[in-house]
Write a protein that binds this ligand. Structure first.
Ligand SMILES: Cc1cc2nc3c(=O)[nH]c(=O)nc-3n(C[C@H](O)[C@H](O)[C@H](O)COP(=O)(O)O)c2cc1C
Length: 213
């Protein structure tokens, strides 16, 4: 389906009550499809919260690069601050806020690394400049000057001028495996709809609860 094709909404969505849905990934897919049409840019941008070794929360934006019945994946430098934090505390929260729809999705769960084959496959789809950048950037480490970065880019650009660029060993993906997914939709006078799906563990049945906004 092209991005401009009319959306065929499921009846539980058009009936005005998304809260009827019993399966959170299905609801996420429907909202994400709408966000792709209505957001001016990066509908896949999400806040990623982790915790550092002292228990202090940390937060930054990353791009969602895959979602399936297992979870939500993104790619990064595994030696970055987030990579180090996920190494010691493999748990995270994700947050989508789609301003054009005035909807929020909140996700929490354990984090696993994607397989090397998945990371290779996604890395291969990136533009060559971005692949070179993944080699040149020591993400989250001090950089003495922009020139030093440009030198590193030129160096790796020359190294991989011919042929394909291999995936750096320090670059891969993570998947957040949700045990909680909350959907919030704006309603007039701040009487918003808010539905939380929770499960005790991965693979267990979801329990749905409507919450006060
Ligand atoms: C819209 C947007 C998308 C981003 N996407 C990613 C991403 O997919 N992966 C990534 O490593 N950093 C991404 N970044 C940069 C991160 O927010 C962050 O600055 C960087 O990953 C370093 O974070 P850390 O020091 O906590 O590891 C993005 C930033 C913005 C504003």
């Amino acid at each position: 389906m092209s991005d401009t094709a009319p959306i065929e909404y499921p009846t539980w969505l058009t009936s005005g009550d998304f809260t009827e849905v019993e399966e959170p990934f299905r609801l996420f897919d429907a909202w994400f499809a709408e966000a792709k049409r209505s957001e001016p840019r990066d509908p896949n941008a999400m806040s990623l919260a982790t915790i550092d070794a002292d228990g202090l929360p940390n937060l930054r934006t990353v791009l969602l690069k895959g979602v399936d019945e297992h979870g939500f994946s993104f790619y990064t430098n595994t030696e970055s601050q987030k990579g180090r934090e996920l190494g010691t505390a493999p748990r995270a929260a994700l947050l989508f806020y789609w301003k054009s729809l005035n909807r929020q999705v909140r996700i929490r769960g354990a984090v696993e690394r994607v397989t090397p084959a998945e990371a290779d496959a996604y890395f291969a789809t990136r533009p060559k400049q971005a692949q070179i950048g993944a080699w040149a950037s020591q993400q989250s480490r001090p950089l003495e000057s922009r020139l030093a970065f440009e030198k590193a880019i030129a160096l790796y650009g020359a190294k991989y001028v011919i042929g394909s660029v291999p995936r750096p060993p320090h670059w891969s993906g993570y998947r957040v495996l949700p045990i909680s997914m909350e959907f919030w939709h704006d309603r007039p006078y701040r009487l918003h709809d808010r539905i939380e799906f929770k499960r005790a563990e991965l693979g267990a049945a979801w329990a749905k609860t409507r919450m006060y906004p």
